[in-house]
Design a protein around this ligand. Structure first.
Ligand SMILES: *[C@@H]1O[C@H](CO)[C@@H](O)[C@H](O)[C@H]1NC(C)=O
Ligand SMILES: *[C@@H]1O[C@H](CO)[C@@H](O)[C@H](O)[C@H]1NC(C)=O
Ligand SMILES: *[C@@H]1O[C@H](CO)[C@@H](O)[C@H](O)[C@H]1NC(C)=O
Ligand SMILES: *[C@@H]1O[C@H](CO)[C@@H](O)[C@H](O)[C@H]1NC(C)=O
Length: 175
């Protein structure tokens, strides 16, 4: 019974909060500041960015709006820096995956040229998990972005193709 009551009440509070933000959102100082910048900065972008920030919305003069604008920009840079750091960590792990992939493929090629076809085949199999492993790592990581998803996809397809052709040859050769 209680949970049936709590949910509508918290929903109502949420709506009140959103309504408050929307009405308090664009102050006349923000509007005047953005109107003065109109020839340099898109008005809607200016009002939108500043109105979403509590400090800018509460500012009573252009000085306050300016300080808030610098702070908004600093917060964004800090957040982007965090994204870059997470990506750099995950990409560093992928660097290891791809070093192993390359090593396995180069070993495989040597085996293949020297007629050790089973070893060659095993070397390629060893490389199959890497591209998708890197892809999953990045997509399931903190940023959920994969800047090398195209490369992972192409490597995954190629390694499967090479694996299939070497297996085809190896099986026929052994028969
Ligand atoms: C500021 O401008 C917006 C439109 O850009 C308007 O909706 C809002 O009422 C204005 N606010 C004030 C306080 O002038
Ligand atoms: C900058 O913004 C952050 C987050 O909105 C806030 O916590 C901080 O106090 C602000 N700093 C200044 C100097 O206004
Ligand atoms: C080839 O594979 C066999 C069986 O896994 C292994 O014993 C052998 O050492 C491998 N040869 C080379 C040159 O790696
Ligand atoms: C597979 O990869 C592992 C680690 O990279 C390596 O130790 C192993 O020798 C490789 N096996 C083959 C058959 O290439």
């Amino acid at each position: 019974m209680r949970s049936f009551l709590v949910q509508p009440v918290s929903l109502l509070l949420l709506f009140i909060a959103i309504a408050a933000v929307l009405t308090v959102g664009s102050s006349s100082v923000i509007n005047e500041t953005c109107a003065a910048l109109k020839s340099l900065q898109p008005y809607d972008y200016c009002v939108g960015v500043l109105s979403a920030d509590p400090a800018a919305a509460a500012a009573t003069d252009v000085r306050g709006v300016a300080a808030a604008a610098v702070n908004i920009t600093a917060q964004k840079a800090a957040s982007t820096l965090r994204v870059i750091n997470y990506l750099a960590d995950d990409l560093n792990t992928c660097r290891g995956y791809y070093s192993s992939i390359l090593q396995s493929l180069e070993d495989s090629l040597v085996h293949f040229r020297d007629g050790r076809f089973l070893n060659a085949s095993l070397g390629i199999v060893n490389a199959t998990g890497g591209p998708v492993g890197c892809d999953i790592l990045l997509f399931e990581g903190k940023t959920q972005k994969d800047p090398i998803s195209d490369e992972n996809y192409e490597n995954g397809r190629l390694v499967d193709l090479a694996d299939g052709i070497v297996d085809l040859f190896t099986n026929k050769h052994l028969v």
